[in-house]
Design a protein around this ligand. Sequence first.
Ligand code: ADE
Ligand code: ZN
Length: 326
Amino acid sequence: MRDLPKVELHLHIEGAAPPAFIRDLAARKGVDLRGIFTADGRYRFRDFWQFLEVYEAATSVLKTPEDYHALTRAVLAESASHGVVYTEAFLSPDFCGGGDVGAWTEYLAAIREAADEAERRDGIVMRGIVTAVRHFGPDQARRTALCAAETAGDWLVGYGIGGDEKKGHLGDFRWSFDLAREAGLRITAHAGEWGGPESVREALDDIGVERIGHGVRAAEDPALVERLAAEGVVLEVCPGSNIALGLYPDWSLHPIRALREAGVKVTISTDDPPFFGTDMTREYERLAAAFGWTEADFMDLARTAAEAAFCTPETRKAVLDRLERQ
Ligand code: ADE
Ligand code: ZN
């Protein structure tokens, strides 16, 4: 499983920070973060909302472009070690310069430099998606959209939104999504994780997303499942994240199989791997154990993800060629 070539579309760069990386940075900067770790060094949280607090506390020690360079380097080395050949990571101007375009540009340059180094070293290809944080509100989201529009191109390829899905409506963020789309960015949004099927409809009807982050709760509504399949909407499914956060009690009860069998384009990602005690190899192993999926199923899922990647056609072809060589 580890060696199968993989394509990941949903990874939060800060959420991929190993706890030891954050602890070392906190110690060097004199920040006391003991409260967010368990005695054996893992991130400590009870539920999704506390997870968001711990995430933001951990992220508070990432204060410079150099910190993000080191983080990106560590994250891509780990992803490559699990066979990931292409990854799209969510990057937040909120955390990288507070929404200031000039500062964001410097953070982005540092992240890209680390990505270029990782591609030369390990062959892993990374592209970025700017993500707004929903519970920071529509005004802050506008700043992130301006940052995204300013740096849109072949590397910074998308715009999305994460955070607390229960806060406000996606339509409140339409200005930001419209600006990003006009700048040539491709659109995804977290929905159908903590919000029900209606939140997936909002993403489709009010924002016009191409992909949905999670989207799994669409499975509760057969008409919506049919629509997702008919319209070819791609779900960035993160099963281990959903199970770690208690959305489903067990892998065998996760709706990814039912969605896939209904013809919905599903892909597999880790979301925030160290927070959820997962990695791409483990996702594959658990799905194989729960649903009997084989190497052929996983290669099919990786091709679906490559087809749905927001990169240029040339990059997509290189990724698909890499999968074919398996
Ligand atoms: N930010 C990081 N991980 C997230 C998740 N699973 N849902 C919403 N926002 C997030
Ligand atoms: Zn996410």
